[in-house]
Write a protein that binds this ligand. Structure first.
Ligand code: PHE
Length: 349
């Protein structure tokens, strides 16, 4: 009997050595420990033995059974370990202690303010328009009532390309194209023109904390029958109160721009002192924010709209200015600096 057991033991060791994967091991387990397995078969032969023999034989079979069970479990572990090693070795090498290559990005404060304004104006029925940064002299100046040699050109000196085109010095450069785009719907279907057009503007500027050669504006126009200054005040007040999340007082002062008549400077109550007077508002209680006015008849005419029938307002919101006020940014040059330390700290509300 013990010879038989040794045979089984040897054959098993041989098979186990050659088994390479989990499936082969399972087959071996069934072959030895299964219902019809070799060890189970040994047990069945016990019934022919005397009681004395049964005892020692039973013990030996049990030892064999345990040996086989343990050997299989050990080999299963080994195979698992090997498979894991193969998987790890086939993975690309990387250093877990290396710092991340890409930091999480964030929106530029101007983008945040621009999106906020766009959201508010589109909720009031304004279309959002995109316009080129390179424009013609006609679009930037002549179409908005600034003829050649007009002194107003002096303040808006900009960068000229060799082909005579220029980098737009204000978003008003898109006004003519907007009127032309929407005048048919205005005249034929009675749909008022309501559009905003944010954009990057350029000027020949000596830079300091308050002046930059590159900045952002957001122009807005509304044209219909019977549009008046009250419409202008309403839209500006609503928009600014939303942006700053509090009721903003506005006031209009006369201001000159060749493309509006009358023209205004729109001031808002100082955000810091609430109107009482502080160093930020030079003790006046007011901050200058947005030039605006009623669109000049010549400008409407140049856009193909009859100023006898239609009137409108236009405003040129200084978006860079607005972002500085909203986030308390003191130096305009930070905005174009590309310095992530200062630019990545802003979030939308
Ligand atoms: N385009 C003017 C500027 O940049 C601002 C403005 C726009 C004024 C619309 C009145 C109406 O200075």
């Amino acid at each position: 009997m013990s010879e038989k057991m040794n045979e089984i033991r040897q054959a098993f060791s041989e098979k186990l050595r050659n088994a390479l994967n989990a499936q082969a091991l399972e087959e071996i387990r069934i072959e030895y420990l299964g219902k019809k397995g070799a060890v189970t078969g040994l047990m069945k032969t016990m019934k022919d033995l005397s009681n004395e023999e049964k005892k020692s034989f039973g013990q030996q079979v049990n030892v064999l059974k345990n040996e086989i069970t343990e050997a299989i479990a050990k080999k299963v572990e080994q195979i698992k370990q090997k498979e894991l090693e193969i998987e790890i070795n086939s993975m690309p090498e990387f250093d877990v202690s290396a710092p991340p290559v890409l930091e999480r990005g964030s929106y530029h404060p101007i983008t945040l303010v621009q999106r906020e304004c766009e959201r508010i104006f589109s909720s009031m029925g304004f279309n959002i328009e995109d316009y080129s940064e390179i424009v013609t002299d006609y679009e930037c100046f002549e179409a908005v009532n600034i003829p050649k040699h007009h002194p107003a050109r002096d303040m808006q000196d900009t960068y000229y390309l060799t082909n005579g085109q220029l980098l737009k010095s204000h978003t008003s450069a898109a006004q003519n194209a907007i009127y032309r785009k929407y005048r048919k719907a205005l005249v034929e279907e009675g749909k008022p023109i309501k559009a905003i057009f944010p954009g990057r503007c350029f000027r020949n500027e000596a830079t300091d904390a308050c002046h930059e050669n590159t900045f952002f504006q957001m122009e807005g126009v509304m044209v219909d029958r019977n549009i008046s200054i009250s419409n202008l005040i309403f839209f500006m007040k609503t928009m600014l109160s939303e942006v700053f999340q509090k009721d903003i007082k506005v006031r209009l002062r006369p201001g000159f721009f060749p493309f509006v008549e009358p023209g205004f400077e729109l001031d808002i109550s100082c955000l810091i002192c609430g109107g009482e007077g502080c160093p930020s508002c030079k003790q006046s209680g007011w901050l200058e924010l947005c030039p605006c006015g009623m669109i000049h008849p010549e400008v409407l005419r140049a856009g193909g709209i009859d100023p006898e029938e239609y009137t409108g307002f236009a405003f040129g919101l200084g978006m860079t200015r607005l972002a500085m006020m909203k986030y308390g940014i003191k130096d305009i040059r930070d905005l174009n600096s590309g310095n992530l330390k200062s630019l990545s700290q802003f979030t939308a509300e």
